[in-house]
Design a protein around this ligand. Structure first.
Ligand SMILES: [Zn+2]
Length: 327
């Protein structure tokens, strides 16, 4: 589906088969002689077909097209490897370029760390064996080395009548960047702020306290004067401050669910996770597909790390297992 959302800004809906996210919005901005594509989709046939169709309908010439990638997740990044031409500039952020451009042994080491951490938080090895091969970054992730043009806070990206300022918004991922158009009060929010679904805040080897960073990034964006938000998933929306308030409430509620579950005694993260109310269409934790359990685990760990830093809970390392209890 292709929609002109603002003058010369088009949204191409790129389906994500079997993902609860359903689709990613790829935004295409047309300017005389140049095009900018923001986020792309998985390296997957259905994504490829949808975006190519959209670009063709818009008469986009890929040899005159640049790309801006909001963050490292495969549904935003990976297809750019096929779309970018020799004359394209691919704009990205430094912390996540370091992840993409790891050598194969470094990338394997990073995955090993992930699995070790999840296992020490109680994630069973048999479920892990089912979850990780289906993880989008394993199925569709981009392997470097890949050449990017790195953007950082307050850098500008100009295209046609639009002049976007980069706003670093770590939390959902280590180097996530939103684009803000101050004159026209547009925010291209990536996965930092979505309207009807809540961005996943998970475990990252690169971040000590992702939820703390995420909440700080929400505060940062709440200072901006914004009339319209263009998110990477689901619909465009207008009430940015209302949505930020809801997202903060959502995390506050989740933190209190975790504190309640620890009221019953010491637990590892895997034992805490089923006590959280998840917005997902499965009747019980036991019926979650392993990959969704994996995401839920990351989210649980991020909230536990946040509570630990606030001194509301304490961590005990019991040989290979990490246990949490109320202070
Ligand atoms: Zn994401």
């Amino acid at each position: 589906m292709l929609t002109e959302v603002l003058p010369n800004i088009y949204s191409v809906e790129v389906p994500l088969p079997r993902s609860p996210l359903r689709a990613v919005n790829s935004y295409v901005i047309k300017a005389p002689g140049r095009f900018l594509v923001i986020d792309t989709g998985w390296k997957h046939e259905e994504c490829r077909r949808a975006i190519m169709q959209g670009l063709q309908n818009l008469n986009v010439d890929l040899s005159r097209t640049d790309f801006f990638i909001t963050h490292v997740h495969a549904d935003h990044l990976s297809l750019v490897a096929e779309l970018a031409t020799d004359s394209s500039t691919v704009y990205f952020n430094a912390p996540e370029m370091a992840i993409v451009n790891k050598t194969k042994p470094e990338a394997e080491e990073r995955w090993r760390k992930f699995r070790d951490v999840y296992h020490s938080h109680g994630f069973p090895l048999d479920e892990m064996a089912k979850a990780t091969p289906w993880h989008p970054s394993q199925l569709y992730g981009l392997r470097g080395p890949f050449s990017f043009h790195i953007l950082k806070e307050d850098d500008f990206l100009n295209i046609g009548d639009y002049s976007f300022r980069c706003i670093e918004t770590p939390g959902h991922s280590p180097g996530h960047i939103c684009l803000y158009e101050p004159k026209q009060r547009i925010l291209i929010s990536g996965d930092h702020i979505l309207d009807t679904i809540t961005p996943n805040i998970g475990y990252w080897p690169e971040l000590e306290n992702p939820l703390k960073e995420y909440l700080a990034s929400l505060d940062k964006v709440s200072q901006l004067d914004v009339d319209v938000v263009l998110p990477a998933h689901r619909n465009i929306f207008y009430d940015l401050s209302g949505r930020i308030a809801e997202l903060k409430e959502h995390h506050a509620a989740r933190l209190s669910e975790i504190l309640d579950s620890l009221d019953g005694g010491e637990k590892n993260a895997y034992q805490v996770a089923p006590n959280i109310k998840w917005d997902i269409d499965y009747p019980s934790w036991a019926l979650f597909p392993p990959t969704q359990k994996w995401f839920a685990m990351g989210e649980t760990v991020a909230h536990l790390e946040y509570l630990e830093a606030l001194n509301k809970i304490r961590r005990r390392d019991n040989k290979q297992e990490i246990l949490f209890s109320l202070v």
